[in-house]
Design a protein around this ligand. Structure first.
Ligand code: NI
Length: 184
């Protein structure tokens, strides 16, 4: 089977994301363990590539580049115009939809983003499903029980809203939700 994404497009987005997120880290499962931030987009892209094998009709390059770049607007100095000029409009629009609108009240930001993602092609939906799979990998040590419960519930909303774009990712997200917060 011929893959529907290209290594060159992957490397182009990977290099950009590495520079954009340079110096950023996040805490691991144990306090005091820090990962390079780029670890997260790399995991999201891996999930997306895995899912693309089930969807030969999807524009793989858009999905992979959106995955690698999905946090650049929200968390770095990158602008929409830069993304559009370098990666093209479909990728820039996808990343924009995947970014929270911080002018809205915090409680409304996820529903708004999900609604904008649903107006995008399915390739962008895959990225949000993969993003939450990656973010459910473990619970940051400082999170309260309430925060964990809310995050789990939000994951269920993502699954219900976008799951139809990819049965393989929907299944993986469902499995991660089931295990999330089960410490017993
Ligand atoms: Ni993310």
């Amino acid at each position: 089977m011929i893959p529907n994404w290209s290594q060159d497009k992957y490397v182009q987005a990977w290099d950009f994301a590495c520079l954009a997120h340079r110096g950023q880290t996040y805490t691991g499962e144990t306090d005091g363990v820090f990962y390079e931030y780029i670890n997260h987009p790399a995991t999201v892209a891996m999930e997306v590539i895995h899912a693309l094998a089930q969807h030969p009709d999807y524009q793989g390059d858009v999905a992979v580049q959106c995955a690698l770049l999905h946090d650049t607007l929200e968390d770095t100095a990158t602008t929409y115009t830069q993304l559009r000029d370098i990666f093209g409009q479909p990728v820039a629009e996808g990343v924009k939809a995947l970014s929270k609108d911080t002018s809205l009240p915090k409680a409304a930001q996820m529903a708004d983003s999900l609604q904008r993602i649903r107006q995008q092609p399915h390739e962008v939906w895959l990225v949000k499903l993969a993003d939450r799979i990656s973010n459910l990998q473990y619970i940051p040590p400082h999170w309260s029980v309430e925060k964990v419960a809310a995050y789990r519930q939000e994951a269920q909303l993502i699954l219900a809203t976008l799951g139809e774009a990819s049965p393989v990712l929907a299944q993986r997200l469902e499995a991660h939700i089931r295990c999330y917060g089960n410490t017993g």
